[in-house]
Ligand binder design. Structure first.
Ligand code: NDP
Ligand SMILES: O=C1O[C@H](COP(=O)(O)O)[C@@H](O)[C@H](O)[C@H]1O
Length: 509
């Protein structure tokens, strides 16, 4: 295990939703599981006029988010944990606020022996990432003379290629690239990391991982929830910016990248960058028309309850054209993937919450059992990212008895079946990595820009053309024409069922 040095975590946006819902529960879990160093404190900073005590109550002792995640035996640890939390009020986020903030950091550092090692976590609206970094720089808090200094930046990272470049430029004025950790919580998911292991640690997969054996690849990211309380943010963003540009592009990069020289952060990120740069950027309106679909959920009844349509959600423009469903077909212009189509869809208000990658293999060139019941779409590798994290392989077996009747069979693996099956939450894993200075699972500046370079023309096309915003009933698998995108190769897999329920003989369950 890497060493976690004594340190202080300074969270900007400490009074916000993310801090209470994800960050503090993740830090608590790290403390509970013995991952924190001996000397460790959290300093929350935001404009709400809270005391240390109020901060501790709001995010720890009275927090429903933390209580939901822990059992009776862990409740005893809460008080000791809360004592490691402090709060500093920024009066109105003025430059003049940062002198007093620096003093507070210095005094906590001497009192708690955090060895001048600081992580600054930007969990504020993106518009203040630049100003906060500038102020930290002005106070000399970027300098690594005594301890080290790191900056974690939340998503969204930019709104377009241009704004992402501007943000990178602005952050690079104040911090060096190796100090900057751009978070993408999907990279913290165990099964996303397992994509690399599946591919590069198994000689039964890697030799097949190319255009010679793979027919097409399908990725589904579905959420059953709607926009919840984030209508204001989401209406300016949409599914392509919110999920595709970040999380799905990272998954795509892991699926298509070449083997890195080793598992070091820079080697992996170099290969991801090369992979993202090899996506065929679509600019021709006809190509964009034929290969992209956008849609919005419309009001419907789910389990006897009426569910609002997207345009009726709070803080959403009643005439909004923002997509809550996006499906994109694309190609990758390199030797490994030439002519292999990729189909990726992401949406809110689908029948279930699921994320999976499906590798569809080609049929054997010479088929001696084609009249024996084996359809040509039967060899699949399904990598289930969430829920029921695991892997399923589908292949043909002979039905016992006379003759050669072929049926599909499943071979599956579930993380839940492992004796050691504690799957770390994404934020736990990523925070621990940043505490240890490991940037492998964080996005680099050039990667983020490469992802935007692919997405930008689609957004531009949707904004400027009259490309239709289709409707789909909340709780359905997208608009009626969703299948038209993929019908050249079959149908979208229905991922509603648990992996094990997928039809086929269960060979090892
Ligand atoms: N919530 C979530 O599930 C997710 C959030 N994110 C990202 O995390 C970040 C925070 O999100 P979330 O917690 O939901 O947002 P909230 O609106 O709940 O919180 C924002 C926080 O920033 C503080 N803040 C607002 N304006 C300023 C300012 N000018 N200077 C300093 N602090 C400011 C607010 O506190 P105060 O008013 O007291 O200053 C508050 O603590 C955003 O970038 C979001 O996109 C990413 C993924 C998921
Ligand atoms: O970043 C985001 O992710 C969530 C989905 O995350 P998951 O881990 O629950 O799959 C999404 O709901 C949100 O809109 C988006 O901003």
């Amino acid at each position: 295990m890497n060493k976690t040095e004594n340190q202080m975590l300074v969270i900007f946006g400490a009074s916000g939703d993310l801090t209470a819902r994800k960050l503090i529960p993740a830090i608590f879990a790290l403390a509970r599981d013995g991952y924190l160093p001996e000397n460790f404190v959290v300093l929350g900073a935001s404009r709400s006029p809270w005391s240390d005590e109020e901060f501790r109550e709001n995010v720890v002792t009275e927090s429903k988010h933390l209580r939901e995640k822990i059992d009776e035996s862990q409740k005893k640890m809460i008080t000791g944990f809360a004592d490691r939390l402090f709060y500093h009020e920024l009066s109105d986020d003025q430059d003049s606020d940062y002198g007093p903030l620096k003093k507070r950091i210095d005094s906590l550092n001497s009192e708690h022996h955090t060895d001048s090692n600081y992580i600054f976590y930007l969990s504020t609206p993106p518009s203040v990432y630049g100003p906060i970094s500038k102020n930290l720089h002005q106070q000399g808090l970027h300098k690594e003379d005594e301890g080290w200094r790191r900056l974690i930046v939340e998503k969204p990272f930019g709104y377009s290629l241009e704004t992402a470049k501007k943000l990178n430029k602005s952050l690079h004025q104040y911090f060096k690239e190796p100090q900057i950790f751009r978070i993408d919580h999907y990279l913290g998911k165990e099964t996303v990391q397992n994509l690399l292991v599946t591919r590069f640690a198994n000689s039964i997969f890697e030799p097949l991982w190319n255009r010679n054996y793979i027919h097409h690849i399908e990725i589904t990211n579905a959420e059953s929830g709607g926009v919840e309380k984030r209508g204001g943010y989401y209406d300016k963003s949409g599914a392509l910016r919110d999920m595709f540009q970040s999380h799905l592009m990272q998954i795509i990069a892991f699926v298509i990248m070449e083997p890195p020289l080793n598992s070091n952060a820079e080697q992996i990120r170099d290969e991801k960058l090369k992979a993202l740069k090899s996506l065929r950027v679509m600019t021709d309106p006809k190509v964009l028309h034929d290969n992209t679909i956008r849609a919005q959920y419309i009001s419907s009844v789910i389990d006897g309850e009426k569910v609002k349509g997207y345009r009726e959600e709070a803080d959403v423009d009643p005439e909004s054209k923002t997509e809550t469903y996006a499906a994109i077909k694309f190609f990758v212009d390199n030797w490994r993937w030439a002519e292999v189509p990729f189909y990726v869809r992401t949406a809110k208000r689908m029948p279930t919450k699921v994320t999976e990658v499906v590798i569809h293999f080609k049929t054997p060139h010479h088929q001696i059992f084609k009249d024996a019941g084996m359809s040509n779409k039967d060899n699949k590798l399904i990598i289930r990212i969430q829920p029921d994290e695991g892997i399923l392989i589908k292949f043909g077996v002979k039905v016992p008895g006379q003759g050669f009747k072929v049926e599909r069979a499943n071979l599956d693996f579930y993380y839940s079946g492992l004796a050691e099956n504690h799957v770390m939450e994404a934020y736990e894993r990523l925070l621990l990595d940043a505490m240890q200075g490991d940037a492998t699972l964080y996005a680099r500046a050039d990667e983020v820009e490469a992802a935007w370079a692919f997405v930008d023309p689609i957004l531009e096309y949707w904004k400027n053309s009259d490309a239709k915003v289709h409707g789909y009933s909340a709780g359905a698998w997208g608009p009626e024409n969703a299948d038209s995108l993929i019908d050249g190769v079959g149908m979208w897999r229905n991922p509603s069922e648990q992996l094990a329920d997928d039809p086929g003989y269960c060979v090892i369950c």
